[in-house]
Design a protein around this ligand. Sequence first.
Ligand code: MOS
Length: 706
Amino acid sequence: MTTTAKPPAVGVAHSRVEGRDKVTGAARYASEHHFEQLAHGWFVLSTVARGRVRAVDDEAVRAMPGVVAVLHHGNAPHVATDYVSFLGPPDPTCAVFQNDRVPHAGWPVALVVAETPEQAREAAEALVVEYDEEAHDIAFRADRPDAYVPDQGSPVAAKGDLDAELAASAVVLDATYSTPEQHHSAMEPHAATARWDGGRLEVFDSNQGSMWVADELAKMFSLDPASVRVRSEHIGGAFGSKGMRPHQAAAVMAATALDRPVRVALTRRQTFAITGYRSPTTQRVRLGADHDGRLRAFGHEVLNLTSTLRPFVETSAALGRVLYDAEAHHTAHRIVELDVPTPTWMRAPGEAPGSFAVETALDELAERLGMDPIALRARNEPAVGPLSGLPFSSRDLLGCFTEGARRFGWADRDPRPRTRREGRWLLGTGTAAATYPSGAAPSTASVTAEPDGGFTVRISAADVGTGARTALTLVAAEVLGVDPAGVTVRIGDSDFGPAWVAGGSMGTRSWAWAVTSAAEDLRDQLALRGQDVPPEGLTARVDTARLLAELAKKERHSFGAQFAEVAVDVHTGEVRVRRMLGVFAAGRIVNPLTARSQLVGGMTWGISMALHEEAVRDPASGRHIGADLAGYHVAANADVPLVEADWIDDPVPGDPLGIKGVGELGIVGAAAAITNAVWHATGVRHRDLPLRPDRVLRAEEAGQGA
Ligand code: MOS
């Protein structure tokens, strides 16, 4: 076997290696694995928002056709809940049927298992559950007296005297912004199939980290970790919602109790109840600047909600700690516990809602200063981390703005609002900054030289639709000096060992690190052996924990500049995005084809966030109104015009990989660019998302734009 030099694989557009399998139906998703004796579990979710389950009248349901079991708190086996998983303390929601308490509407109270999904559903809908209902409280408001500063994460970061600097500022902005509850809405709803096979538990799932789910299941059911295997080969979207969830636990519980394979697949409505969501936020931003636009004061206080089960912080104040410096800098998080499900990470957790507030506030400040919004950002560009004092690994926010402004035609813009008209439409343009952390986490990977001349990579990475499998194929091919067609990447299997999850935009960077190291190791071994591959193959395996620990401490982030042009009909309230451009600095781009797709996808989420998405709960029942893709609006094709994403060179000196992430960056700032464009079109500031037609109309009627 020879490893003759091949043209570079990394940086060259490559279509998805599993694309053919996906379009021909050969790719199997979580609910498409069939087994003899497969039974189907169907969740029964609480209809009350707070109280206790008094009785589950399962006798009649047990006699229904095909029903084999009804699991609930009265008969379910005890599971562990006091463990710490791969990613910290578990969400108590996942430990199903452990007590009679109902902490929110949509809480799993029973699982009906039957021979067919139809029988299970029929019986689940017939099950009568009696509750002792208690008064619930789901009112999320900025002035909640019971809001508190959480003791986790970095709730407060501060330097200087904010009030003093505000008082000394020539121009001050003090404004409150809000974002609503939003849902991930992955195309593929959650599903898991669990079975015992020769003393091992095997779960076919749809998740962002098979190791994560395997680790939780082993701890929850007190199993030897080696006896648990979780596989998740193909995933139809995740966006933060596909970690450990109640359906995997319920499937394992039922498969164990019945000693036969059990599948639990969620309906769309059930995904709204038990798979997490993005918390609503209210955010107060205070900015104080000199006449030349230099910030003296930067304040950002964020409130989000959480459940009574577990504190969850939507870290929206984090991006200000990276983007802008000021004499006094104060950012803080508070949370309030309500009778609602626990929120979770959702694409660009923190940065997505946070950037709406901060990047709108910057635009408002620019208006008051009579300054171009890009010039205002350039004036406040920090040399080092504003609070950490650490150097940036690389930072080219201004390069993004310069290139974006050139391509978007920003120089031709009349800064005065409400000056462009086209028939019934008022036209405007807006811009906003984007940033997202570019971290890495320890992972293990193996690379095997096969006797037939091919190579196999094994890593428990997850391709949630991002193109991660293809990116890792290119990375391995590049190091090995072979054509990507000669590399097979196997992912989504906890048996491949610990690896970071598809999350925090850290997947590609973390996994590529492990794959690169293992491939380099293998390449060296092969060179020593004169390229001789033994009949059983030759494998190199690495764990990057030590390599990562040696990495210099720096501010590591990706950056971007968002531009949007909108048309607003102030007589109907209709807002149409006409075009968007995002220019990003995101390190070395592994696969331009799928990276562009990620960024365009994120920007499309930004349109959706700006104009459409809003989950509404009925205060009386505590339940969602319209928890489906008819009632919960997401941007559809007709809402998404020309969305263009591109990037500038962003070398990361001293970084062995130079790769950053692109999974979340595209949504950051996108909604603010759109609402800033709406201000430019109409002269009205909108500080509450989504920008529904009624909000546009009411602002117009109030004469704010005139
Ligand atoms: Mo992503 S929201 O970090 O899973």
